[in-house]
Every structure is written in C-alpha cells, then in structure tokens.
Write a protein that binds this ligand. Structure first.
Ligand code: MV4
Length: 447
C-alpha cells in the first residue's frame, strides 16, 4: 500500500485528494508556489514543500522541482489532480524512472489519448461509434476538400493535439473549407507543436455526455454511469448533472457495458472518462480523458463510490472495491462550478475573500479550498469552489440547489453564484431542455 502521497496540485482538488489520503491513513505532502504559502491545501497537509514562484510554469508545472520535492519528502507516489501535469505522459514516465508511483494511467495510454486521432481509431476498433469523418489525419488541401465534400457540410476541422474544444474550425460550406482547414492547421502547429488535423461531420446541437470508468491491474473494470456536461461556456463546463435525463436505464446499461469493456480490452489502468456527443438519439465517442475530472463528485454522490480513493487503491495494486453488479445509481446530483469571475462578462476576479459562509444541510457537499480571509490569486484557474447537491430526484435536487445558492456567501470578489441562481430557476433547465449552445443563447438573451 502507498504510504505517503505528494499532491502535485493546489486549490480544491488538492484538498479533495488530501481528504481521500487521510481517510486511507496515508501521509500527505503538499507542494506550493511562493504565492500559495497560506493556502488551505498547505495547511491541511502533513508536510509541504515550496516548488517555485507564482507562475505555474515555474512551480506546479516545473517537473524537476516537483520530483525533487517528492524525493526529499520521501513520498512514494504523486497524485497530479487535474490540469497541470495530470495528462503529461513524459512526467508519468519520469516518475517510473525515479521509482515513484504516478497515481494515474500508464504513460502509453496518456500519450495515446492525447492524440485525438489515435484515441478515435482505438475506440472505433473497440466497437464504439464515432462521428463520421476522415479516416485519420488529412494531409493536403485537395484530399481534405474531397473528403469534406463526401462528408457533407457543415464539416469540423479538428486538431489531433487539441481536445477540450481547442483547435477546432467549422466550415459551413465548400467555400469556407480551405480557410477553416488552413487556419486550424496553422493554429494547431503553434498551440500544440503538431499541425496534424482530421475532419468530422459537425453536429450542430449535441449534448455532451461522458461515462466514468475504472480499471484495476487484475483486469476488473466497471463503469459508474454518465454525466451530462452540456452546460458550458467556451468549453469550460459550468454545471454538470448525473445522471443525464436523456438516457434510459437500458441504454445506460448497454452503452456503459460497451464503454467499460473497451477500456478493459485496452488494458487501461486507473480511472478515466469517455466523452460522447449525443444528438438525435445517437452517441458518438469523441475523446477520452485520463485524469480525475472536476465533475467527479456528482458520480460519487449517486453511486457512493469514492473515485479518488479508488485511484489510490488501484495505484497501490489493490482490487476495485465494487463490481458492476454492486454499482447502483440512486437519486440525482448537480454540480455548480463557482468560478471567481464576473457572472455576466466572465472576466476573472481576484482579491481577498473578506467573508465566507458555506451552505450545508441535507444533500449539500462543497469541495473548496476557500476560507474567510484567503486570497484568490490571478495566476491560477478561476475555479474556487464546487457546490454539489444531491437529492432523491431531479426536482428536489433543483430545490435544494436554490436553497444552497441562497445561503452561500463569498464576499470580496465576483463569483458565478448569481448566474447559477438564474440557471436553477430557468424553465428550460428545469425541463432538461438544453444542449451545448444553451449558455451562449442564455447570455445573449440576458443582455
Ligand atoms: C464536436 C462538436 C460538433 N461536432 N465534434 C469541443 C470540445 C471537444 N471535446 C470536442 N468539441 C466538440 N466537438 C463534432 N463532430 C462540438 C464540440 C463542442 C463541444 C463539445 C462538448 C462540450 C462543449 C462543446 C462546445 C463547443 C463545441
């Protein structure tokens, strides 16, 4: 069993991982930048190591500093959380060479899923349906145009190195195609150092639905159902739900089994998420994430499985603590991401939280590193808290969500709390009538 974990992250996810370690009796080491010495994750850890200046590149992303911190503190494993080094296959490979355990999948699988073309091919070969498109990379404009015409417009040009919505261009007609293709290629080359692109039919009004899976080293695997993450803005999810209102129990069971079987056959290790677009009653696999996700708590609430604990157990060479038969879905959960942003312009906000009161009571979970008097810093991601609400059904969950949002006090900075209050009472949200474009329309109509 792992005895000491270094948490290579900050903020709410570092605190979340610390809590799982404490529940398992595992010692914890926090790392922090010079700007974060008073941060909650540092206070709660057994030990802490400063790894550099405020800029992430020089601290939380500084591989030699992070590995040195693990070596001097005697940690035997590193949990990367999400963002930062979590999907860096070089980092995970380097840990192996230092005799350190990376709490995450094998380096090969991280690299494989980092290349969206390889990921798509891999899961298509394992029996998942994918969006109609080019067979792999397109390498010149003439061939690309011919394939785009065959697919039929609108066509999406996607970067192999992209993902999470970065490096995509839509061509609505044949006349638009050359520019979309050239721009996507050029931008991908600059952003990812890889100008490889592929083509897909553009789905105009999909929902974003993802399945959580876990695989141990004995080849046991399960899925934990799906999350509906359609409410997003510029590819930043704002509100997530489990389960989705669009899946029947039968579809969940059959697609869930297909997804888990595919991960099992691949010899994947650890937890992962397979992303799908859902349109006209069909699911299309698009990408796989090889990290713990921001929205994992809603799955924890409806299944009772502690996914971070499972990550640590899997990395320690233990068996999954549940079989598929033991996974039961109960009730409904919603997560609201509380970002330090202006709720209308989404402009990031920083400063001191002058007063903090966090909601509680039945069905409420808050994952956050905030406290009264803490600083919200401009160097890092604006996610400062996650309000996770659970109830027996979706309507009760929405009622509790309103109750909790009204109770929540975060003074001194702008937050998305007022936006969430509006969403929680919006008729389309209440009816479950939304797709990935809902928030753009909602913001436009609000002005
Ligand atoms: C798409 C799509 C429409 N058609 N692919 C954006 C994030 C990346 N994971 C894939 N994305 C999309 N791929 C086809 N063929 C629309 C999106 C998309 C999107 C997907 C999920 C959540 C939010 C999104 C916002 C804009 C576009």
């Amino acid at each position: 069993m792992i005895k000491k974990v270094l948490i290579a992250n900050r903020g709410e996810i570092a605190v979340r991982i610390l809590r799982a370690c404490k529940d398992l009796g595992i010692q914890t080491v926090a790392i922090h930048s010079t700007a974060d010495s008073d941060a909650m994750h540092v206070r709660l850890a057994d030990e802490s190591v400063c790894v550099g200046p405020p800029q992430p590149r020089e601290s939380y992303l500084n591989i030699p500093s992070v590995i040195s911190a693990a070596c001097v503190s005697g940690a035997d494993a590193i949990h990367p959380g999400f963002g930062f080094l979590s999907e860096n296959s070089t980092f995970s490979h380097m840990l192996e060479e230092h005799g350190l355990i990376f709490i995450g999948p094998k380096a090969d699988h991280i690299a494989m899923m980092g290349d969206k073309i390889t990921a798509k091919k891999t899961f298509a070969n394992l029996g998942l349906s994918t969006v109609p498109g080019s067979d792999g990379a397109v390498t010149n404009i003439q061939k690309a145009l011919k394939i785009a015409n065959e697919i039929g417009y609108p066509v999406l040009v996607k970067a192999a190195g992209g993902g999470g919505g970065r490096g995509m261009k839509v061509a609505h007609t044949e006349a638009d195609f050359a520019e979309a293709y050239e721009t996507a290629r050029r931008e991908a080359g600059v952003a990812f150092g890889n100008d490889s692109v592929y083509l897909e039919k553009y789905l105009s009004n999909p929902r974003h639905i993802e399945f959580q899976i876990m695989v141990d080293k004995f080849g046991n695997y399960v899925h934990l159902g799906e999350r509906d993450c359609s409410l997003q803005r510029r590819n930043q999810k704002i509100w997530e739900e489990a389960l989705s209102t669009v899946l029947t129990d039968d579809i969940r069971e059959s697609l869930g089994r297909k997804v888990a079987d595919a991960a099992g056959k691949l010899g994947y290790l650890g937890v992962g998420t397979l992303e799908f677009l859902y349109e006209n009653e069909k699911f299309y696999f698009i990408e796989m994430n090889t990290r713990i996700q921001v929205e994992h708590p809603i799955t924890e609430m409806i299944t009772g499985v502690d996914i971070v604990r499972e990550q640590i157990l899997i990395a320690s060479g233990k068996k999954l603590s549940v079989t598929q038969d033991e996974v039961k879905f109960r009730g409904h959960a919603i997560e609201c991401r509380i970002n330090a942003e202006n709720p209308e312009t989404f402009f990031p906000s920083s400063g001191v939280v002058s007063n903090y009161h966090c909601p509680g009571g039945p069905g409420i979970r808050v994952d956050s590193a905030l406290y009264s008097g803490c600083k919200v810093l401009p160097y890092y991601d604006s996610l400062i808290a996650k309000l996770i609400v659970y109830a027996n059904d979706r309507n009760q969950c929405l009622a509790r969500l309103q109750r909790a949002l009204n109770e929540y006090v975060i003074d001194g900075i702008d937050t998305l709390l007022p936006l969430h209050l509006k969403l929680a009472s919006n008729q389309d949200i209440i009816s479950g009538n939304f797709d990935i474009h809902f928030l753009e329309r909602f913001n436009r109509e609000a002005i």
